[in-house]
Design a protein around this ligand. Structure first.
Ligand code: ADP
Ligand code: MG
Length: 220
């Protein structure tokens, strides 16, 4: 599908249903890619990243269906809490913090603009960096999240641009040596493998772009 123009994207307002569709789309991507994520984690970790996120996003989807939150910020905050409570690995608290802090930054508005979501995502990504003590270049999820947040910071960027930046960032982790997380225990042996968390982060931002592109009634 053709990318939206920046003008079209900036006119869109994002309501609670949009955020529910985003997380449902992300959960579907995790289901589809779980084996691949676990395979990446078997090379430089403990082979659980796909199953960790699958468990977490299944719980998120179930909770959002049972108790649908009233605002975009509440959707993300509830999803974040659920990820923290269901995912045991490092990625649970980190993704949980990303969604909780992004949600908190959105406040309780019933609709938000793409620019407000971009700003909130920057807050969420900064919270991940603070919690994990990592930065771009350390071969973690931040190698996808920071370029995505950075792309959204430029006023002409669309979510599709951010998704491309996240996917490029994930690919660019291959030659890096891990400096944070379990993969860092491997030292130089972590070089030559794509980081699982950067890969799943690219899925999350791609799901956001897909949600923004999809006609609303198509996914109902
Ligand atoms: P675990 O490493 O506990 O098994 P997962 O396999 O679910 O957890 O997630 C691993 C991913 O978490 C890594 O690929 C990396 O992207 C991310 N990660 C690990 N530690 C950090 C950190 N300190 N900061 C940011 N991301 C991290
Ligand atoms: Mg793991």
């Amino acid at each position: 599908m053709a990318d939206q123009t920046a003008d079209q994207a900036n006119e869109q307002t994002l309501d609670t249903a949009f955020f529910l569709r985003w997380l449902t789309t992300a959960a579907e991507a995790v289901e589809r890619e779980a084996d691949q994520l676990t395979e990446l984690d078997s090379a430089i970790g403990d082979a659980d990243h796909g199953s960790n996120l699958q468990r977490g996003f299944r719980a998120v989807t179930a909770t959002l269906a049972e108790e649908p939150p009233a605002s975009p910020g509440a959707v993300l905050a509830l999803a974040g809490r659920r990820l923290i409570s269901t995912v045991g690995g490092a990625s649970g608290p980190l993704y949980g913090t990303l969604l909780r802090r992004t949600g908190k930054a959105l406040g309780d508005a019933a609709e938000v603009t793409p620019a407000q979501l971009a700003e909130a995502l920057r807050v969420g990504v900064a919270a991940v960096a603070q919690l994990g003590g990592a930065r771009a270049g350390d071969k973690t999820m931040l190698d996808a999240l920071e370029p995505a947040a950075g792309a959204l910071g430029s006023s002409y960027a669309t979510f599709a641009t951010a998704a491309r930046a996240a996917r490029d960032g994930a690919l660019a982790t291959v030659p890096l040596q891990a400096r944070k997380g379990r993969a860092s225990y491997l030292g130089e042996r972590s070089i030559g493998h794509q980081d699982p968390g950067a890969t799943s982060s690219a899925l999350l931002i791609t799901a956001l772009a897909d949600t923004a592109e999809a006609p609303e009634d198509e996914s109902r």
